[in-house]
Design a protein around this ligand. Sequence first.
Ligand code: FMN
Length: 180
Amino acid sequence: MNVFILNGSNRRHATSTKLTTYIGRLLAEMDIEVTVFDLYGKPLPFYSPDEDAEDANVHEMREAAGRADAIILATPDYHGSLSGVLKNALDFLGKDQFDSKLVLSVSSAGGAVGTSSLTHMQAIVRNVHGVNCPEWISIGAEQRRFGPDGEPEQDKVKERVKRVLHYFVGLARQLRGIDS
Ligand SMILES: Cc1cc2nc3c(=O)[nH]c(=O)nc-3n(C[C@H](O)[C@H](O)[C@H](O)COP(=O)(O)O)c2cc1C
């Protein structure tokens, strides 16, 4: 199984990206192929419906998302919603990449939790015919601390991430008809 992770922060030391790096490691330990696209490292042009972008990063993102069996979207919580760069990236994608695939939404917020950014992402997922994972992950405030080993400092964050990932992987396999 291949999981595509789209990192939606435009910040070098983004905590949402640290979280998905940890998630990617856990998925690899579960023998799952992980493909990461980081919007900080690979910026995209502004989406325009007038012309299809002849852009290498757009092409790579579309191809990687299209190949995936399941998708993880990660965002910083900006004004109670997803980041502008992630929304722009999602406008380049659609049913070709999302149809009938399980999608896990992940966010990092300055406050305690960032559920509105997660519900906004889930509204977009529904509109591109993805299947929203009933579980999601929000880290906020002190939960955003990571050690030098790349692991969350708080045990309860680690436990929650692991529990959600096992659920996500099990459901994604069922949806795609993949034996574990
Ligand atoms: C433009 C902007 C808007 C923000 N709005 C919120 C907000 O509405 N609620 C919140 O809890 N934190 C808010 N924050 C704080 C970020 O969510 C927080 O710093 C988050 O951890 C950033 O994620 P990152 O580390 O992945 O970049 C905002 C930060 C910025 C820069």
